[in-house]
Design a protein around this ligand. Structure first.
Ligand code: DCP
Ligand code: MG
Length: 355
């Protein structure tokens, strides 16, 4: 079955974050990286700075020659990591099938969300909107039926682009694509290609698979396939989380009811925060206690609506605990967990939910 893959990539990521957090930098050529003129390297440059020819991996000294009036800023990795968790959690609100590639980039398989009244590009637009709302940053999205085409698509209309590559346009888009822009063709391969007069996808397509294998070794076959639009649509996912729980073991038996309830409240709050962080909701709540003889007892219930709220989790946990505790006096451990997790942006969403 043909899949629907979205590739999302933040625009001029570090530089855009710096412009967001310092209004003086808006609209200016911003260069983020090592500031040292001897050893520094550019991590990225704002689109304004790219007009001067400044780009990632360039020595800072060279950037100063090209763009003497640029604003040179040191990276703040903690901030970029926070933004990264925000966008990853937005993705997970749509689908579990997410493959993060770097801090600012991921592939998503959204095949199962697509319906007659809700196309893949509409979903990509929702994700872009959610990222803007949460972070105040733009990204570019590419939509196609495999990963490398989705990645090419996201690069076609940067910044703030949303591009779909349909099956019927693949041949032409690839034919005209400069060889250095094929995913998997790095600097070294690009130079070799150019020496061989392989300038674009059309030239690549004219080579036989055998020739490409002779020239580029193992990579040859995948280059041959890419020239024809063939590539993997398999998302390498993180482990999918089945439940979220918190528990504490006491150093002595506890009979103090207020203390146990307080512990359960703290656990419920942590569980709720984790749910919100992952953009998940649950309708199944479990309380576990261990007694002084170290026997485990659990009780579980389903609630009517899915939730990520601490109060709902806590109130339900108290009911379960009250049921359980009648049988036991001395408690050694108490835990609260939620299961049957689902994505917060429901899988039965319709376009009307977003109007
Ligand atoms: N990065 C880096 N060194 C590199 C390349 C990238 O430190 N040689 C960092 C800085 C970038 C971030 O990774 O902001 C994301 O890399 P991208 O390749 O996605 O580049 P940008 O997001 O900066 O720009 P674009 O709009 O082209 O995606
Ligand atoms: Mg980027």
């Amino acid at each position: 079955m043909e899949r629907r893959i979205i590739h999302i990539d933040m625009d001029a990521f570090y530089a855009q974050v710096e412009q967001r957090d310092n209004p003086d930098l808006k609209g200016k050529p911003v260069i983020v990286g090592g500031k040292s003129r001897n050893r520094g390297v550019v991590a990225t440059a704002s689109y304004e700075a790219r007009k001067f020819g400044v780009h990632s991996a360039m020595p800072t000294a060279r950037a100063h020659q090209l763009c003497p009036d640029g604003y040179y800023v040191s990276p703040r990795f903690d901030v970029y990591k926070d933004v990264s968790s925000q966008i990853m959690s937005i993705f997970k609100g749509y689908t579990d099938i997410v493959q993060p590639v770097s801090l600012d980039e991921a592939y998503l398989d959204i095949t199962h969300l697509v319906r007659k009244d809700l196309g893949a590009s509409q979903i990509a637009a929702f994700i872009k909107r959610d990222i803007m709302t949460a972070t105040n940053l733009t990204c570019s999205a590419g939509v196609s039926y495999n990963k490398f085409l989705a990645k090419i698509a996201s690069g076609m209309n940067k910044p703030n682009g949303l591009t779909v590559i349909h099956y019927e346009n693949v041949e032409q888009i690839l034919a005209e694509l400069p060889i250095g822009e094929f995913p998997g063709v790095g600097k070294v391969t690009e130079e070799k290609m150019l020496r061989l007069k392989i300038m674009n996808g059309k030239d690549l397509r004219d080579k036989s698979e055998l020739e490409l294998i002779e020239l580029f070794g193992k990579k040859g076959s995948s280059l041959y396939q890419k020239a024809r639009g063939i590539g993997s649509d398999i998302i390498n996912m993180d482990r999918v989380r089945k439940s979220i729980g918190k528990e504490s073991t006491f150093s002595h038996d506890v009979q103090d009811e207020a203390f146990i309830l307080q512990t359960m409240r703290t656990h419920s709050e942590k569980v709720a925060l984790k749910l919100q962080d992952l953009n998940k909701v649950s309708d199944t709540i479990t309380v576990k206690i261990k007694t002084s003889d170290f026997e485990s007892h659990t009780k579980q219930t389903k609630i009517i609506d899915f939730t990520d709220q601490a109060d709902t989790i806590y109130n339900t946990a108290v009911l379960l605990y009250t049921d359980l505790k009648e049988e036991f006096n001395n408690i050694r451990l108490v835990g609260v967990s939620v299961g049957n997790l689902k994505n917060k942006v429901y899988e039965n969403l319709t376009i009307y939910d977003f109007l």
